[in-house]
Ligand binder design. Sequence first.
Ligand code: NDP
Length: 311
Amino acid sequence: MQKTSMLIIGSGPAGYTAAVYGARAMLNPILAQGIQPGGQLTITTEVENWPGIQEIQGPDLMINLEDHAKKAGAKIVPDVINKLDLSKYPFVAHGDNDNKYEAESVVLATGAQANWLGLDSEQKYKGFGVSACATCDGFFFRGQVVTVIGGGNTAVEEALFLTNFATKVILIHRRESFRAEKILQERIFKNPKIEVKWNSIVKEIIGTDDPLGVEGIIIEDIKTKKVLSLPCKGVFVAIGHSPSNELVKDQLDTHQGGYILTQNNSTQTSIPGVFAAGDITDFKYRQAVTAAGMGCMAALEAERFISETKK
Ligand code: NDP
């Protein structure tokens, strides 16, 4: 059993920032990295809105944050926490290989994961032409036509990124305007390789069985009800994310479809000593920098909680 004043679960900007602050507050934090060390930023390309750095690759930013947390004195473990018992104090977490952690405070920073459309054909071709990560899989579509579904920053960035490989990128969005940042939208409209299909929903992904692979996508214009079949080899689904709350959804109060509920202007959850930071609680801003800010808040609040508990 490893004992710590602060167990941080998750290794995105929220987790690593909590680790830096926790280490500097002498809480000897342990940070369990989870299945995807570095989190969602490890599967993005350029990050252009991390203050102080005009442009950095997502994976590089996460390596910097991990280094910073280590140098501050946090213990970073490549462990996946698969059970967390918040019913008694100190809290107990179970990791892989029977690893156990006893913690006086817990910072939940497990982030969020990609949403899917929910079509059987999407499931069938996942990994065989259907993907939720252009930076991971875009390279396979060199010289091909691909489609991207969604209208947020992720969809727009993925469409732009895919123009590096594809001959044409068709961006399919269910409304008439994007919610992505204006500066990214401008790049879309200027790029001759990108075509936008507005007011369109995906009805089906079509393809072959042997070999398994995508050949096209069927969309419907929700205004005209016109159905179109678009030949393409890749389909990138970029329709938002859901909070990764499996460890705690039955133990903590949640809202807005599973996001961990925290007190106003605080990372304090419904159990004292348990704090939530970043995409697991933030359904509104969901930025790397806001996640980092919440990681800082969580560590400061954990420190205060522990010192008050010990009084
Ligand atoms: P968003 O929630 O911002 O956007 C999701 C998009 O998918 C919306 O356009 C939505 O449509 C559409 N959508 C949702 N469900 C469906 C569905 N079932 N069928 C079809 N379309 C659907 O998610 P993102 O992943 O794009 O971004 C998440 C957060 O991360 C945002 O805050 C974003 O700003 C941030 N981000 C920031 C980046 C950066 O700053 N560089 C890069 C990437 C993400 P509708 O608009 O109609 O709701």
